[in-house]
Write a protein that binds this ligand. Structure first.
Ligand code: BGC
Length: 756
């Protein structure tokens, strides 16, 4: 009898689980719950407050406990730690009338405690498997420490290098960014249908990457054609990958706040793309719309809601005004039901109704956080993200058997290795570059270290470096330089660790001069006068203006901000244990005056080639600088070399609905095994809306042993070739499409495809 009861019990459990996962069961559960909810409680689910120790905006919310108990809060953000989150969940579950658990959000932008390279750097790996594993690592750590909702990926396409938030995105290309967006969403959320391992939130929808003059929070004005073709693809890719939530952006678009733009939030996102999740504002935007002169808080709340916003981040504006708006007939109650349901669906898919404390697992957290495996993932991804920009006379890799002088403000500043949006790092758990280099050369050579200079002559810049406890000491530049020169004179080789501090990029970190700070540049010039081998490690969260460096410094490795394992990863590449494979995802301009500069620009009727040396009157160029970048999109050297054959097509013609295969044979012609990123671009020459001169439409990361060859194939069809008109309708006309294949966007060979 007992046995039978147990078996029946297990069967019932399994059945409940099976039903529990089905959509019908979910809908029924939510119907039942919503039938018990008052209008106020439904609106409460649409309210999100920032509390806890780290604010990510200009203010924090208060009285969250009271709001939770009253059912006036659906989620919180910026509270971390299993115990702290458990206390808030307890309030919601035990002390609110219906016991609905909370969403607990955070910006886990590039790792939680084990910090991965900044997203811009990760993108330079072009390695979707490694990027996905990185997202899983972030999810494994944060979901054991209380977090169930992640404000990532950030997919704002941007060529505006003054804008600090370039660091958080995937560069200037919509196709690559779309692939990475989908990869990250799956890495966070997992692949179980109807379930989220961690709820992902793609942001900032849309166009934020085009902030005028690169000043953060500034207005944006983009035509719909440009939006559809250049900016929207990564969000769409995230939606297609099943992202559970979307965050609208701070910026205006067509003179309207994104948060109130019905065309963007409803017509495109929901009606054209079929987005089923919920949509949240960015931090405090409903109030900012009052400041934008768009009416009272009542009006901006109602307008945001009616445009398609489901959740209000930090303004408490929905809980203040929506009930009244329903009474006045300004908002439909059925729309509130829809929004509330979307939030409850997310909670259901996270499994919060089954176990509200599911994300509070201190034991698991202890086991996974900074685990050997997680550190290895971060180290490998960091090494793959570095881009070798110059290597005269094969100066790199360096031998460990020599005296090395490590010079520069980033050499021994470990908290500046990791990059913006890493407020949760635990500095005791990782080491500086200097420490990593000492470990790497132990038993072989030696390394000495000097700061050498301040980051900048500008006191505001030096102060900004120090944000969130990341200060680099500010001293007398001459004294610092003399000490550095003394060490450099005694060394065989000089490694310069220079560039930006971590907090010089990210939110609210625009720079009018994105180049090496004055004292660093003067120090670099003095060090070069010693005529010793010199390597520049350029730390940056954005493309740097570095024409002078590209002409005078023999070896340059772009190391971005590589996360908590950056020190060891830099040594892996510097000393040749790993071969550099990264390729740029942004164009590096010669001068700021060329910005925004991006490889996939639209054609002009008076084009001037990048290789043109002089100025051409009545043509599209500058008198004082050529149209060439310093380094083009897709560029990156290695310790080995590759030869590309001319590309071929399986057929010279294709019907509009047909398929064609483009092939290229790549040979590793150097001495080292390596990974090469093979890139395919197109130029549509028969479109009624002007198309970019090059557009990335395919890439493969391949491994080639020294001497080995591989033929890489790309299948081309309508879905890759088409573009969009101003209504978002896909277009493709008969005519010629140029196909380019090569190691970057510039050094390609071409063939031609005729569409019939
Ligand atoms: C940022 C978002 C972030 C949010 C919550 C805002 O200031 O723009 O990217 O997700 O804060 O922290």
């Amino acid at each position: 009898m007992i046995r039978r009861t147990i078996i029946l019990g297990i069967a019932a459990l399994l059945a409940v689980q099976a039903i529990g996962q089905s959509e019908a069961a979910m809908n029924q559960f939510i119907d039942n719950l919503m039938a018990k909810m008052t209008l106020r409680e439904k609106i409460g689910q649409l309210n999100l407050n920032s509390i806890g120790r780290n604010s990510t905006g200009t203010f924090q919310n208060s009285d969250a406990e009271q709001k939770i108990k009253a059912g006036d809060l659906g989620g919180i953000l910026n509270v971390c730690g299993a115990e702290a989150v458990r206390e808030y969940q307890k309030l919601a579950v035990k002390q609110s009338r219906l016991g609905i658990p909370l969403l607990t959000g955070l910006d886990v932008v590039h790792g939680y405690k084990t910090i991965l390279p900044i997203p811009l750097a990760q993108a330079c790996s072009w390695d979707t498997a490694a990027i996905c594993r990185g997202a899983e690592v972030a999810a494994e750590e944060c979901t054991a420490d209380g977090i169930n909702w992640n404000y990532s990926p950030m997919v704002d396409v941007s060529a505006e290098i003054r804008w600090g938030r370039v660091a958080e995105g995937n560069g200037e290309d919509p196709f690559l960014s779309g692939i990475i967006a989908a990869t990250l969403v799956k890495g966070y959320q997992g692949n179980e249908p109807g379930q989220y391992r961690l709820l992902s939130c793609v942001k900032h929808y849309a166009g934020y990457g085009a902030s005028e003059a690169g000043r953060d929070y500034n207005m944006v004005d983009i035509s719909r054609v440009m939006l559809y073709n250049r900016y929207l693809n990564p969000y769409k890719a995230a939606v297609k990958a099943g992202v559970g939530s979307v965050m609208s952006s701070f910026n205006l678009i067509e003179g309207e706040s994104s948060t109130q733009n019905k065309w963007l939030l409803t017509d495109v996102l929901r009606d054209q793309w079929g987005f089923k999740g919920f949509l949240v504002t960015d931090y405090g935007t409903i109030n900012e719309n009052v400041r934008n002169g768009m009416g009272t808080q009542y009006e901006t709340a109602v307008n945001a809601f009616n445009a398609g916003t489901d959740m209000d981040m930090c303004c408490d504006a929905f809980v203040k005004h929506l009930a009244e708006a329903v009474k006045r007939g300004d908002v439909k109650e059925s729309d509130i039901d829809t929004a509330c349901r979307r939030v409850l669906v997310a909670k259901y898919k996270l499994g919060l109704f089954r176990d509200p404390y599911k994300f509070c697992r201190p034991k698991d957290y202890k086991r996974v956080v900074y685990s050997k495996e997680h550190r290895e993932v971060a180290r490998q991804l960091a090494a793959e993200s570095f881009v070798l920009l110059r290597n005269e006379g094969n100066l790199l890799p360096l031998s460990k058997n020599q005296k090395i002088a490590l010079i520069g403000p980033l050499g021994d500043s470990k908290r500046n290795l990791i990059g913006c949006w890493s407020a949760n790092d635990e500095p005791d758990s990782y080491i500086s570059l200097y420490q990593a280099m000492q470990e790497a050369v132990k038993g072989h050579g030696s390394v000495t270290c000097a700061q050498g200079s301040n980051v900048s002559d500008n006191t505001e810049v030096n102060k900004a470096v120090g944000y969130r406890g990341r200060a680099i000491s500010v001293g007398d530049n001459d004294q610092l330089k003399n000490e550095a020169l003394r060490l450099a004179r005694e060394a065989d080789v000089i490694v310069c660790a220079m560039g930006e501090g971590s907090e010089m990029t990210g939110e609210s970190a625009s720079l009018a001069n994105p180049q090496l700070g004055g004292p660093q540049r003067r120090l670099l010039e003095a060090l070069l006068q010693l005529h010793k081998p010199l390597v520049l490690l350029n730390f940056a969260g954005r493309p740097t203006i570095m024409k002078w460096e590209s002409e005078h410094v023999p070896a340059i490795l772009q190391v971005w901000f590589g996360g908590s394992e950056a020190g060891a990863a830099i040594c892996d590449v510097l000393f040749g244990d790993k071969v550099p494979t990264g390729k740029l995802v942004n164009t590096f301009p010669q001068q700021l005056g060329q910005v925004p500069m991006y490889y996939n620009h639209i054609s002009t009727g008076r084009p001037v080639s990048e290789t043109n040396k002089g100025f051409k009157r009545y043509s599209s160029n500058y008198i004082d600088v050529t149209n060439a970048p310093v380094y083009p999109f897709g560029y990156g050297l290695s310790y080995t070399t590759y030869h590309y054959s001319a590309p071929t097509l399986s057929a010279p013609e294709m019907s509009l609905d047909g398929k064609v295969t483009a092939s290229v044979t790549v040979t590793n012609t150097g001495q080292r095994d390596g990974d090469e990123i093979v890139q395919l671009y197109i130029h549509d020459l028969a479109a009624h809306i002007a198309r970019p001169v090059r557009e990335l439409k395919g890439f493969r990361r391949i491994h080639l042993k020294a001497g080995e060859s591989q033929t890489v194939q790309f299948e081309l069809d309508r879905s890759l070739l088409e573009y969009f008109d101003r209504e978002g309708n896909a277009q493709l006309e008969p005519g010629e499409v140029k196909i380019y294949i090569g190691p970057n966007s510039r050094d390609t060979q071409e063939t031609s495809l005729m569409l019939r």
